[in-house]
Design a protein around this ligand. Structure first.
Ligand code: ZN
Length: 289
């Protein structure tokens, strides 16, 4: 009994410390500033996906005058994962230096409005089987847009409740990625930017994902040959501001690594690193991604 109380007290203290320390964006302000203050010469267009339906949601297309790759960023595939929704909304105000940044902040609009994981047809991130038609109206509408842009890179923003490898069934603090991605380099950069020494279990883990699953980023990798990432932060001991900051940072790192942002992070086209390889695990099973 006494031990349990002590543990609870320590957990509360740790949570307090984290809210105070990690949410201060000491993370990587220069990178985020570079993302916000990129090229002056961009054009922004918005279009409605699935117009005149209950799923109607806004897609933001930011195009730099210099040519470059197309990166698509998704938030709100799970409607209760507010960190990704907020970070994606922020990215609609960013300024790419080259190529195109395409953002859908509230992908499952019904789920977002209900603040629930799934929408009308359940968990959207199980509706994208590779080599087959998407299995719901919403998934078909989203996939139509993905095919139209044929992105070079896809990033899907999530959060879990626990930590991968520490809490069974949870996949937090993981960057799932396709084989050709900069998974390890970006995971290490996120750890350096945003994980303090006293939270060693929150260090980010890269995990190569097989392309055969029913998740949007897997379908994009399998069918469009996109370099694909699925980011998971965790609600375990992290507050909303911290989770959102980590989501902004991974977005900026992906843009820099793939040349949409001209900022030298030492990763990808911004640096000399070769695409790194992982061969660890299957992505998100049950409850999270
Ligand atoms: Zn999720």
């Amino acid at each position: 009994m006494r031990r349990r109380s002590a543990l609870a007290a320590v957990t509360t203290l740790a949570g307090t410390a984290i809210a105070g320390v990690v949410s201060r964006p000491g993370g990587n302000d220069r990178l985020l500033t570079a993302a916000q203050e990129g090229s002056d010469d961009i054009t922004t267009e918005t279009t409605q996906l699935l117009p005149d339906t209950v799923h109607e949601t806004t897609l933001y297309e930011l195009t730099a005058s210099d040519p470059g790759p197309t990166v698509m960023v998704f938030g709100g595939i799970h409607g209760d994962e507010r960190n990704g929704i907020e970070a994606a909304h922020d990215a609609t105000e960013w300024a790419p230096d080259a190529g195109q940044l395409v953002v859908v902040p509230e992908t499952d609009r019904v789920a977002v409005e209900n603040d629930e994981r799934g929408g009308i047809d359940g968990d959207l991130n199980r509706h994208f089987p590779a080599g087959e038609e998407p299995t719901s109206d919403l998934a078909r509408g989203i996939w139509d847009a993905v095919e139209r842009y044929d992105p070079d890179v896809v990033l899907d923003l999530h959060r879990s409740l626990g930590i991968y490898g520490f809490h069974r069934e949870y996949v937090g603090q993981t960057l799932f990625h396709s084989a050709d991605a900069h998974g390890r380099a970006i995971a290490d950069a996120l750890t350096a930017d945003a994980v303090p020494w006293y939270l060693p279990f929150h260090r980010f883990t890269p995990a190569e994902s097989t392309a055969g699953g029913p998740l949007l980023f897997q379908k994009a990798a399998a069918e469009l040959d996109a370099t694909a990432y699925l980011f998971e932060t965790t609600a375990f001991l992290l507050d909303h501001a911290t989770m959102t900051e980590q989501s902004r940072l991974v977005t900026a790192h992906v843009l820099a690594a793939h040349g949409v942002l001209e900022y030298d992070t030492g990763i990808g086209v911004a640096g000399t690193g070769e695409p790194d390889q992982e061969s660890e695990t299957e992505p998100d099973g049950g409850t999270s991604a």
